[in-house]
Design a protein around this ligand. Structure first.
Ligand code: BGC
Length: 743
């Protein structure tokens, strides 16, 4: 590729060498001769302006579009380094490209494979969200990357969405809390997080073309809060725009979303990048607030466009030269990118944290998160935990008992040093005392071969018959139309004949336990009533097998809770009940409005299979003594809900106490309840603790489009405290004395 602009499409390695020479030369300068931007003691804005003022037009242009799949170029003359981006939400991706998605064939690009974000969300443990971010930040730093493309803060609107396993869940408050801590964890390591996909991407089907039609209140109350919190509370440095359109404008350069809301109202000072191949026009991108264009393809093809021809490359440069765009627009984009570089100490090598990779501590964090994420959905007759001392044989069944899930994904794949499968974990935990057999039960390879299916089921049934207990490791994988980017699921049922398998096995052995490796949600109707125990294990990461075994054998108490409603059938879910999926003539009408997830099931009084916030434990918890304590914070009046939780069972365990708010007579209609606080509490048997959950002004507010602000109305609010959204244990009423509007 030849170039008309400064640094297009050269291999980053060359830049690094040039940069090294440059940095060495710089190092010999006396401090007073060094340019201001090289002085780490100067305020960031001064450094940014100083450096910007030294850049030529062409150099500036080189910083607003990619020069390979995941880089922007160095400018050796000024000491600007190559800027490296990397996926993804659940571990630092292996190196690809530079101009395609194929593995780069490196041997030093292994990383810790963390449990998926749906698992992290299900821990409801914010310290673990910070720890998760910290692992990613340290590993990103060590791998020499600057921006990691996570977390995903999008809302689960339909359980069919192929990426729900990468999402935290269906609730904006929970997503916001998780995103904030994840981002803080990442960014303490001189690495920028990149919260994505702003704002939408609620389905994969048609994501590149679909136009979202939703009202302002739904946008503000459901889809924006995690992004707003990411910007205002976590100070995220980078945001990725979604592929989808919003009211006719591509999200990555929607004047309304990016210029007015994100950069205007939220005060975002960092960098907005496109999703890969999500830029389609120079003019709209320039004016709509896009700061960095990545991954553009030749229109109508899957082929890479030469980087010089990206919309924000030559066409933008020529537009400026012709006077179509003021240089100030380009300056703003470059300035934002430079801020991220200064914030991550890209110019201050001696200050930059070193990072660390694949450490035992990171693996231990992965395991802890996996253990805390698992949701015990059913446990009739205390079928779990299993006890090795009264078990002689165990039949482990299922393709997912031996399948590894780390690689082979788009943005979420990780090249991991190891991935402990469920079978390995179970054998490791109990193999010396219990006779363990394995039978595949179902197969991805022979998915449509009915004779093979029958044979596999027959073998599994025979194995189950001979064992004390059968454990079926069932679920999905990252194949097309399952949990996979780019395609949605076609239904919520288990693939490969697993419904039949489970029914046959439980007939042969009533002590059958199902463990699900999958994102949310699965329809379990054909077999749920027939078997005693179901454990939702998500995609539990590289230590997942160990974590599953530890939960099954009771070494740890299952303490995860669902972050998505499991409908009895797909048609109970709002988008499907209202026929608003997958959109009509390219438009996706968000007809359910605010009634996403449990808000819909509550409002319409539909019984879910498992409600939002649900999860059993091996022990029991008792709630008592709710007090609403009025208080004051710097932003106005707040209250704190205080209550006691006691562990009334025989084992140590952890409970996620959830606080929902219900407004008695709102001027605008509101969902019956909204999550506004939660806390995870660990308790020994017999132990009791007092839990405090503070509520700020926003906890009581709804967004009023007419007032363009958040209104907390004077009046009565019910404070509902419970173990799930459908298991409210305590309630009280709080009277808010004054109406306030927060703009
Ligand atoms: C995904 C992003 C990802 C990007 C780069 C896109 O297809 O939507 O989440 O970060 O690819 O791999």
């Amino acid at each position: 590729m030849t170039s008309i602009i400064s640094n297009p499409c050269r291999l980053p390695g060359i830049f690094s060498l040039v940069l090294l020479g440059f940095a060495t030369a710089f190092g010999t300068l006396r401090a007073e001769d060094r340019p201001l931007y090289q002085d780490a003691s100067q305020p960031m804005e001064k450094r940014v302006e100083d450096l910007l003022g030294r850049m030529t037009l062409e150099e500036k242009i080189s910083q607003v579009h990619g020069d390979s799949k995941f880089t922007t170029p160095a400018i050796p003359r000024l000491g600007i380094p190559v800027r490296w981006l990397t996926d993804g939400p659940q571990g630092v991706r292996e190196d690809v490209g530079p101009y395609n998605w194929r593995s780069a064939g490196h041997t030093d690009d292994y990383a810790t494979y963390m449990p998926s974000l749906c698992a992290l969300g299900s821990t409801w443990n914010l310290d673990l969200a910070t720890a998760y971010g910290n692992v990613l930040g340290q590993e990103t730093r060590k791998r020499g990357k600057d921006i990691i493309l996570g977390p995903i803060a999008d809302i689960v609107r339909t359980p069919l969405c192929g990426r729900v396993y990468e999402y935290f869940g269906e609730d904006p408050f929970l997503n916001a809390r998780m995103s904030v801590n994840y981002i803080r964890g990442v960014q303490t390591n001189d690495v920028s997080a990149c919260v994505k996909h702003f704002a939408g991407n609620n389905q994969e089907l048609g994501r590149a073309v679909i136009d979202m039609d939703m009202d302002a209140r739904t946008l503000r109350e459901i889809y924006l809060p995690p992004f707003e919190a990411a910007v205002k509370e976590a100070g995220v440095w980078t945001v990725m725009g979604a592929y989808t359109k919003f009211r006719g404008e591509h999200c990555a350069y929607s004047d309304y979303l990016i210029n007015k809301i994100l950069k205007g109202e939220f005060g975002f000072q960092g960098l907005v990048m496109s999703d890969w191949g999500g830029t389609y026009s120079t003019r709209e991108a320039v004016l709509g607030g896009l700061d960095l264009e990545m991954g553009t393809l030749i229109p109508g093809t899957e082929k890479e466009l030469p980087c010089d021809d990206y919309y924000l490359a030559r066409p933008f440069l020529e537009g400026i030269r012709k006077g179509e765009y003021p240089v100030s627009l380009l300056d703003d984009k470059v300035r934002r990118g430079l801020r991220v570089m200064f914030a991550t100490h890209a110019f201050d090598a001696d200050m930059r944290k070193p990072g660390s990779l694949n450490t035992p501590a990171h693996q231990a964090t992965a395991q802890r998160i996996a253990e805390e994420s698992m949701v015990l959905l059913k446990n009739a007759g205390d079928a779990l935990p299993l006890n090795v001392s009264n078990l002689t044989s165990l039949a482990v069944i299922g393709d997912n008992a031996v399948r590894r899930h780390a690689t082979g994904l788009f943005g979420a794949g990780v090249k991991t040093m190891h991935e402990i499968t469920p079978l390995e974990g179970i054998v490791q935990r109990a193999g010396d005392k219990v006779n363990i057999t394995y039978s595949a039960g179902f197969s991805k390879a022979g998915a449509t071969n009915l004779a093979e299916r029958a044979r596999l089921i027959e073998h599994a049934v025979a194995a189950a018959k001979q064992a004390d207990v059968a454990v079926i490791i069932a679920g999905l994988n990252h194949s097309r139309y399952l949990d996979d980017e780019g395609w949605d699921r076609k239904d919520l049922r288990l693939p490969y004949g697993q419904d039949e398998l489970i029914q046959q096995v439980v007939k042969a052995n009533p002590r059958t336990i199902v463990v699900l490796i999958a994102g949310p949600a699965i329809e379990m109707d054909p077999w749920l009533a027939q078997l005693p125990a179901v454990l939702q294990a998500w995609y539990p990461g590289m230590e997942g097998g160990t974590a599953i075994a530890r939960v099954l054998f009771g070494d740890v108490d299952p303490s995860g809770k669902l972050t998505c409603t499991y409908p009895k059938q797909l048609m109970d879910s709002p988008a499907h009940a209202l026929g608003t999926y997958p959109g009509t003539n390219g438009t996706l009408f968000y007809k359910e409005g605010l009634l996403v997830g449990y808000r819909w099931f509550d409002a319409k009084d539909i019984e879910p299979e498992f409600p939002f916030g649900f999860g059993l434990s091996y022990t029991t918890f008792e709630y008592s003594n709710l007090k609403i304590v009025p208080g004051q914070d710097t932003n106005g009046p707040v209250v704190t809900a205080e209550f006691d939780i006691a562990n009334t069972g025989q084992r140590a365990g952890a409970e996620v106490a959830q606080l929902y708010v219900h407004q008695e007579k709102p001027a605008l209609s509101r969902p019956p309840k909204e999550l506004k606080g939660f806390k995870k509490i660990s308790l020994k048997p017999g132990e009791k603790k007092t839990v405090s959950i503070p509520l700020d002004q926003r906890a009581f507010a709804y967004y009023d489009p007419a007032k363009t602000g958040w209104v907390s109305e004077a009046g009565d609010f019910k404070i509902l405290v419970g173990s799930s959204s459908r298991d409210i244990r305590l309630q009280d009423t709080f009277h808010l004395a004054q109406t306030t509007v927060e703009k």
